[in-house]
Design a protein around this ligand. Structure first.
Ligand SMILES: Nc1ncnc2c1ncn2[C@@H]1O[C@H](COP(=O)(O)OP(=O)(O)OP(=O)(O)O)[C@@H](O)[C@H]1O
Length: 465
C-alpha cells in the first residue's frame, strides 16, 4: 500500500468510527474532524476546521483553559499532566443545544517533547444521562416513601412491624416471624439482621422444609470426614458459619423431631458437635426463625417440641396477611412498577381505576408474592403506558366488584399518595398560587413545583376539578 492509498484507508476508518473525533493543533484550532463529529455537533468539517476548539463551549474545558499569562493556554499541555484525559462533559452544538458526551483527550508529543496537538474523541452519552436522571428520581421517590430496609408498607400494622424490627436491633434474643406464605418473612429476617448489632457478622439462611433429616443435620452442624458415605471431607455447618452473626431458619415447623432435640440442646448450651465427631464446637449465634404453620397446633399434635417453642418464641413478630392491610397495596404496586420499569425498560405509569379496584377487591391468598407476580404478568401483557383491567389474569379481572364495596372507598382515599392529595388541596385553596400553597404546606416553592412535576399536575386541570 503506497502512502496515498494508506491515507485514503485511514480516512475511511476514521469516518466509520461511531464516536466523534477531532484533532486540535498546539494553538487550539481544529485541524481535522470525522463524520461522527459532524453528526454529533451539527458543524460540517468546513465550518469546524480552522476554528478554535472553544467553539464547542465544553464545560470541562472552561476549567482547564488558562489566562494568557501562563506558558500554555490549556492545562492539558502542562508538563506534569497525564497524556490522557477522560471526563464527562457538556458540549454546545451548532443549534445551541447541549449534548452530554464522554471525552477522551490524548496529547501527541514529537520526539523533542513538543506538543503536536490533541486527539479528542466524543462519545454521545445522552441516553446514559437520561437513565442516570431516572435512577436519581426513582431513588429519591423510593427513599421518601414507606420503605424500611426493603420492606414497603404504610399501614399501621407494617409501621408496628418496622418498630418491632428496630427494637430487636438492641437485643440478641431469638426472634420468630409468623405469617402466611408470601407475607415477607424472609425480608423481615433480613431487615432484622441489617438493623441489628450483628450486621457486620454473617447472615446465614437455611430452609428447613427442603431437606431430609440426614442432610438437614449435616447442614446445621457440619460433618466430619468419613462420617457417612459421601462425606469425603470435613465440612462446617451453618451454625458454625453463622458465628457472631444471625442464623435464619426458615420453615422451622417442618423440622423432624430428632433434629428439634439437637437444636434445643444447641440453643441451651451454645455448643454442638459435627456429625461423626465428638469435639464440641461453640458458636455465638442469634437465631431468627420463621414459619407459616401454627406451632401451637403442631405441639398439640406432638409434632413440635414445646420446650423448643419456648426457646425460639422470645420475640414473636406476626406478619399480617395482605388482605388485612389493603392500604399497603398502592404503595407496593408503586414500588413494583418502579422496579419493573427499570428492569424491563418500559415506561408504565400506573393502573386504570378499574384495574386498581379489582386488585383491591381480590383476597390475595398468596399475599405480596402473588401481588408481585401479578405485576410481572401485567408488565408482559401491557403494551401501553397504563395497566388496564384486561391486562390482569382472569381470577382478578373477573372478581366481583359491588358498587357499595368498602374497598372502593379505600381506593378513593388511598390510591393517590397523600403528598399528591395534599398538594391538590393546597393549590385549590390558594386558587393556584404556588407561593401560598407552599406556605400552607410548610414547604418551599421549589418543592411545590417539583411535586407538581412529579405528579404531572396541570394547574388549569387542578383548578377546574
Ligand atoms: N413489605 C414488602 N415490601 C416489598 N416486597 C415485599 C414485602 N413483603 C414481601 N415482599 C416480596 O414478596 C415476595 C415474598 O416475600 P418473602 O419470601 O419474604 O415471603 P415469606 O413470607 O418468607 O414467604 P414463604 O413463607 O413462602 O417463604 C418476595 O419477592 C419479597 O421481596
Amino acid at each position: 500500500m503506497d502512502e496515498h492509498e494508506m491515507n485514503t484507508f485511514w480516512k475511511k476508518i476514521v469516518n466509520t468510527i461511531n464516536d466523534g473525533l477531532m484533532f486540535i493543533g498546539p494553538e487550539g484550532s481544529i485541524l481535522m474532524v470525522n463524520k461522527a463529529f459532524e453528526t454529533l455537533t451539527g458543524y460540517t468539517s468546513k465550518e469546524a476546521i480552522g476554528m478554535s476548539c472553544s467553539m464547542l463551549g465544553c464545560d470541562a474545558c472552561e476549567q482547564t483553559l488558562q489566562t494568557s499569562k501562563q506558558s500554555v493556554w490549556c492545562k492539558l499541555f502542562e508538563e506534569d499532566q497525564q497524556d490522557m484525559k477522560k471526563c464527562r462533559c457538556l458540549i454546545k452544538c451548532k443549534d445551541g443545544s447541549f449534548l452530554p458526551v464522554l471525552k477522551n483527550a490524548s496529547v501527541l508529543w514529537d520526539e523533542n517533547r513538543l506538543v503536536m496537538g490533541v486527539v479528542e474523541t466524543l462519545t454521545d452519552i445522552s441516553e446514559l444521562t437520561k437513565l442516570d436522571e431516572k435512577i436519581h428520581i426513582f431513588s429519591r421517590q423510593y427513599d421518601s416513601e414507606s420503605d424500611f430496609l426493603g420492606l414497603v408498607g404504610k399501614s399501621p400494622q407494617m409501621q408496628f412491624i418496622f418498630d418491632m424490627i428496630r427494637k430487636t436491633a438492641e437485643s440478641t434474643a431469638p426472634v420468630i416471624i409468623l405469617g402466611e406464605s408470601g407475607t415477607g418473612k424472609e425480608l423481615v429476617a433480613n431487615a432484622i439482621h441489617l438493623s441489628g448489632t450483628r450486621k457486620s457478622g454473617p447472615f446465614i439462611q437455611l430452609n428447613c422444609a427442603a431437606l431430609n433429616e440426614a442432610v438437614l443435620e449435616s447442614e446445621l452442624f457440619g460433618h466430619a470426614k468419613g462420617s457417612f458415605t459421601g462425606a469425603y471431607n470435613n465440612r462446617i455447618g451453618r451454625f458454625e458459619a453463622a458465628n457472631h452473626g444471625d442464623f435464619f431458619l426458615d420453615e422451622i415447623g417442618d423440622i423432624p423431631l430428632p433434629i428439634q432435640t439437637k437444636l434445643l440442646r444447641v440453643l441451651e448450651s451454645g455448643k454442638f458437635e459435627r456429625v461423626g465427631d465428638i469435639l464440641p464446637i461453640k458458636a455465638d449465634v442469634r437465631i431468627i426463625t420463621a414459619t407459616n404453620k401454627n406451632l401451637e397446633e403442631l405441639i398439640e399434635q406432638k409434632k413440635f417440641r414445646q420446650d423448643l417453642f419456648f426457646r425460639i418464641n422470645v420475640i414473636p413478630i406476626h406478619l399480617p396477611p395482605l388482605r388485612e392491610r389493603k392500604e399497603d397495596i398502592p404503595v407496593l404496586l408503586n414500588c413494583f412498577i418502579r422496579n419493573l420499569n427499570i428492569k424491563t425498560g418500559k415506561t408504565i405509569h400506573g393502573l386504570s381505576h378499574e384495574a386498581m379496584e379489582n386488585i383491591m377487591d381480590y383476597h390475595w391468598p398468596g399475599n405480596i408474592r402473588e401481588l408481585k407476580n401479578l405485576m410481572e404478568y401485567a408488565f408482559v401483557i401491557t403494551e401501553g403506558s397504563s395497566i388496564q383491567l384486561e391486562h390482569l389474569p382472569k381470577k382478578i379481572s373477573a372478581s366481583q366488584n359491588t358498587p357499595s364495596s368498602p374497598v372502593k372507598e379505600l381506593i378513593k382515599n388511598q390510591a393517590l399518595p397523600n403528598e399528591k392529595k395534599q398538594l391538590i388541596e393546597a393549590l385549590k385553596q390558594t386558587k393556584g398560587n404556588q407561593t401560598k400553597a407552599a406556605k400552607l404546606l410548610k414547604i418551599n416553592r421549589v418543592t411545590v413545583w417539583n411535586r407538581m412535576r412529579k405528579y404531572g399536575l396541570d394547574l388549569k386541570k387542578v383548578l377546574s376539578v
